[in-house]
Design a binder for this molecule. Structure first.
Ligand code: NAD
Ligand code: ZN
Length: 360
């Protein structure tokens, strides 16, 4: 089958190969035929080495498709079922799973980085975050495939698999904002636009879209932003619309030290700063001990929208069906697998929100 393979960070390009094969499905695993895959900034970060991935690697982790085959012990999925793939499938037994935090379970992800689920030209290759959706098929653990209704378009379903779950979940699961809250969202890509939509759903009174890209600031208004500003103007605007205090909730959806600081600065004393952006492990962001205590701000990490995907994918699709979540409007470009490098290059540029690879 075809797949987009990253051989090394130095290459900085994925190579489209037609000699890719899957390993499995073994017991408790599912083979998915990919029908649509979104292009997320985390894929770009994996291509540049900002997020870890064993090589050779197959990127792609925001995907939907059809079950092709199931391994021994999988009784509740069958070939032909439509599914969304989860890049953090819960194992059910680790400490976070036992504490009701399935979005922190790394068991299957770590396993996928230890035992390759692909072969490229007969040699072992690894899928990103337990997935590897930039290929025609991939194998995931049973809990990494969530069955959905067959009438949901695959490209809509794909977005739910990462960007939408992450952005909306950051607002409704992680921060649990109150109606009437004032909100700033720093970074208005696919994930940030989803956070803006989440804030609108949750009844925010003011939603400030913050982006260096003017086109993105304008687009953000379509999805619920009440104000839009360049990062340089954020602190002033935040104070202006809150009578000098700063916003109740600031969501950082870029993954840079300076945008984390910008979100911190935008939040009022006693407000909440939510980290959604996936920054590099070799960068640091500084806080003084004094501000950490005396500003009284809460700093909340939000991995995968603090989701339980078995519940939350369906919640999001129900909101989409009810016309309260605009997912079609977030798909700004459709591309082929052969165009994946150009799609990664285009992230953050122009009017790109989400590009979806159509596998037909
Ligand atoms: P994207 O590239 O589509 O969007 C990023 C946006 O940030 C762009 O609009 C860009 O113009 C803007 N931006 C860049 N630098 C900026 C700056 N200095 N100030 C303000 N805006 C700036 O990315 P995306 O797919 O929406 O992903 C956003 C982030 O979320 C990435 O770091 C990604 O890895 C991360 N992510 C995290 C999770 C999670 O579980 N927490 C899941 C998915 C993605
Ligand atoms: Zn993602």
């Amino acid at each position: 089958m075809r797949g987009a393979v990253l051989n090394s960070i130095e290459d900085a390009r994925l190579v489209i190969r037609d000699d890719v094969a899957v390993v499995g499905p073994g017991a408790d695993e599912v083979l998915i035929g990919i029908r649509a895959a979104g292009v997320c900034h985390s894929d770009l970060s994996a291509r540049t080495g900002g997020l870890p991935l064993p090589m050779p690697g197959i990127l792609g982790h925001e995907a939907s498709g059809e079950v092709v085959a199931v391994g021994d012990g999988v009784t509740d999925l069958a070939p032909g079922d439509h599914v969304i793939a989860s890049w953090l499938p819960p194992c059910g037994t680790c400490a976070p799973c036992r504490h009701g935090q399935p979005y922190l379970c790394f068991t299957h992800m770590v396993a996928s980085y230890a035992s390759p689920r692909f072969l490229v030209g007969g040699a072992p290759a690894y899928g990103m975050a337990g997935c590897g959706a930039f290929a025609e098929q991939m194998v995931v653990p049973r809990s990494g495939a969530v069955k959905i209704a067959a009438d949901v378009p695959f490209e809509i379903a794909a977005l739910v698999g990462c960007g939408v779950m992450t952005g909306v979940g950051a607002v409704i699961n992680t921060a649990r904002i109150e109606p009437g809250s004032t909100v700033a969202v720093v970074g208005c890509g696919g994930v940030g636009i989803s956070a803006i939509q989440g804030a609108r759903l949750a009844g925010a009174a003011a939603i400030v879209a913050v982006d260096i890209n003017e086109a993105k600031r304008e687009l953000a208004r379509r999805f619920g932003a009440t104000h839009a500003v360049h990062p340089d103007g954020l602190a002033a605007l935040g104070r202006e619309i809150t009578g000098g205090d700063g916003v109740d909730y600031a969501f950082e959806v870029v993954g840079l030290p300076q945008t984390i600081r910008a979100a911190w600065k935008a939040a009022r004393r006693g407000g909440t700063v939510v980290i959604v952006g996936a920054g590099r492990a070799d960068q640091t962001v500084e806080f003084t001990p004094s501000e950490l205590l005396f500003d009284g701000k809460r700093l909340l990490p939000s991995l995968y929208g603090s989701a339980d995907v078995r519940r939350d994918y369906h919640r999001l699709l129900d909101l989409w069906r009810a016309g309260r979540l605009d997912l079609a409007g977030m798909i700004t470009q459709r591309v082929t697998l052969e165009q994946v490098n150009e799609a990664l290059d285009a992230l953050g540029q122009g009017d790109v929100i989400r590009q979806v690879i159509d596998f037909g």
